[in-house]
Ligand binder design. Sequence first.
Ligand code: HEM
Length: 453
Amino acid sequence: MDVARDLAELPLPPSTGGLPWLGDSLAFGRDPMAYLVEKYREYGPVFEVSLPGEPVVVLAGVEANRFANKEGKALFASRSTYLELVRELGSDLNMIVLEGEQHELFRRAGRVGYSKGALNRSVGEAVAILRRELSEVANGQRVDAFVFLQRAVSLQLGVVATQTPADEVVDDLVVFMRTLMLVYLAGLWPKAVTRMPRFRRVKARALAFAKEIVDGHRDNPPTTDSYESVEGEDGRARDLIDDFLDAHAKDPESMPMDAVYAAALGPFLAGQDTVAGTTAFMLHAVLTRPQLLERARAEADALFAAGTPSAKQLQGAKVLRGIVAETLRRFPVAPLLTRRAAETFEFAGHRVEAGRKVFIAQTLTHFLSEHFDAPLDFEVERGRAAGGTLAPFGVGPHTCPGAGLGERLAMLDLAVLLHTTDFELPRRGEKLRMRTLPPAPKDFMLRMRPRRP
Ligand code: HEM
């Protein structure tokens, strides 16, 4: 069989046509997932949309998720999507742009440090950070919940993932990451922004912080092999950065020092907006459903009844677990993955040519009624999802290594918020408005007051 000829005979993905000049960008920009679901119904699991820059082939549906899980390693490259962004971190080598053996080396280095065990060690510190941030909001002050959480989560990730307080640089980290995303991922801001003095100052402070994290680890090595507990007062547990330093010591060519520095910013880059956005969506869902609020608050109060909850207690918090799972389904903060086709391949009877820009719309299944009843409803007691239908943490080789940690931290933060604080949601705020980049509730202004038992 001549595979090349067979492929050449296959039709190209159908084009959605879109509006003249504007392509699909208006409707896509308004609500990307709703638009893609509509086109999926019309064209099936593979079609082409016209967006500014170049047309994009969309792969969607459970068949696309299974295909990406199975063939993703060989057929999709993430390098062109993320390379310019990761270069701003000071290295070309970063988990998200690597493939093959070197990718596996980086994944191995991050396997434990990115896992939920990292939070087990630091639940108390994570709680203290959020409580402190809450105490700095004046009684009755109105705050944008997402902006508030973005800062708090960033501070927490400093301690949880790298055992380094990020207090001095947290505002820089937020601006740095937002700029990188808007310039390099969304293409909404011109590259000239990265040459402006403000960005250069922010970047210099972020990179200096990365160096401080790594040098601090080198100068003060862990005193135990455990990632979860510390022996003695001056002891230090292992974490992500120690594992990257070890990987560097073993194979400095594959894991050069500048890649270790860049990896120290990984938790902030990947975790800050995703966890903050998810927690803000959770909070909105709960505050607009009085019965759910009552159940979630009762569970949060029980968790804190005897001080800081353990990781095990948190895991057993059924209502909070249902809320985070349903939030990740209904409001996925990383709804699709951008790639290039590494070679020409067949998908669903169509030819996707090498080099084409591809969206793997891995969360589109979340919005299909054949997989989830009334998919737009928020329902915390949904049963187990069928394989390949739930993918908030991605599909294929780059699937999120911080999934357990992210989910757990979002649950913990919701529990702290409900246990300590009363929220007043203005009537106008009941209707959820969406930011698309990063995905989060928009102008979700809450009046906060310390809760009186
Ligand atoms: C609710 C929270 C989170 C969501 C929804 C989420 C989602 C995702 C998704 C969809 C990807 C795949 C990106 C791609 O393939 O292009 C990813 C990758 C990644 N995430 Fe997360 N993430 C979350 C939290 C975190 C946290 C807390 C961390 C670390 C502290 C983290 C670290 C990473 C890293 C390092 C990668 C790159 C993996 C690789 O390239 O192999 N994430 N995440």
